[in-house]
Design a protein. Structure first.
Length: 243
């Protein structure tokens, strides 16, 4: 093979990896800022990305983010959490109770600001972490079934128009305050952030936030909401509004 053919082959291989998410999603509706999305026929018109933030294929776990952080890291606990001073009762943002705020700090912030939205920061304006209502819509309006893609278990979501997305069971990373820490193992369950603190609880100690889905791929177990500590690293499946 001459140099020209070798260069062409390398270029084609690079192009394949660059668009691999598209190639493995045969119902792609469009692309924005270089990331593909699918129209699932939802009433809100919300468009869901084909891959997790940080992943290049639909079955990729992608990067793990603590709630309100925009970069992945190695350790997910209170000592490394961006918006606290080393512990759960030293919060410096998104805190409504003085007993959990650093030096009594409080604010009125429940929803992530764009600068703290990992989807917006990493993929650009127009992409964002879904709201709790958008997560609930996804799980209540679509058909849900366990599936495995290239050996990775997860949840297949079939929209009202027949288009689909796949959510891999990426689990979560970090310390966990709760009865079943083993449920957060990578590859066992699927956990995905939404962009707002839940209103059902008022407890900064556990960093109450809704998450979009908590599922075991087989049999499928779904939840449109839940809570976990905000310092935990979880996956993000970005969305954008319909044009």
């Amino acid at each position: 093979m001459n140099r020209t053919l070798k260069a062409t082959a390398v270029l084609m291989l690079m192009m394949f990896f660059a668009v691999s998410c598209t190639k493995q999603s045969n119902n792609v509706s469009g692309s924005y800022n270089g990331h593909d999305f699918v129209d699932l026929g939802l009433p809100s018109g919300t468009l869901w990305a084909t891959c997790n933030v940080g992943a290049e294929v639909p079955e990729g776990y992608g990067d793990y983010f603590a709630w309100g952080e925009t970069e992945p890291k190695t350790v997910y606990d209170w000592t490394t959490y961006k918006y606290c001073n080393g512990d759960f009762d030293q919060l410096t943002k998104y805190c409504q109770e003085a007993i959990y705020g650093y030096d009594g700090y409080t604010d009125d912030l429940y929803d992530l600001q764009p600068s703290d939205d990992a989807a917006t920061v990493n993929w650009g304006e127009g992409w964002r972490i879904p709201s709790a209502s958008e997560g609930e819509e996804l799980l209540s309006q679509c058909e849900l079934k366990g599936d495995t893609v290239n050996g990775v278990p997860g949840l297949r979501i079939v929209g009202t128009n027949g288009n689909t997305i796949f959510l891999p069971s990426g689990g979560a990373k970090g310390d966990f305050v709760g009865p079943s820490p083993e449920s957060l193992q990578v590859g066992g369950h699927g956990y995905y952030w939404v962009n707002e603190r839940c209103y059902a609880f008022n407890n900064q100690m556990v960093g109450c936030h809704d998450h979009m889905a908590n599922f075991i791929s087989s049999p499928v177990v779904n939840s449109t909401g839940g809570w976990t500590t905000r310092n935990i690293g979880m996956s993000i499946r970005a969305v954008r509004s319909s044009e």
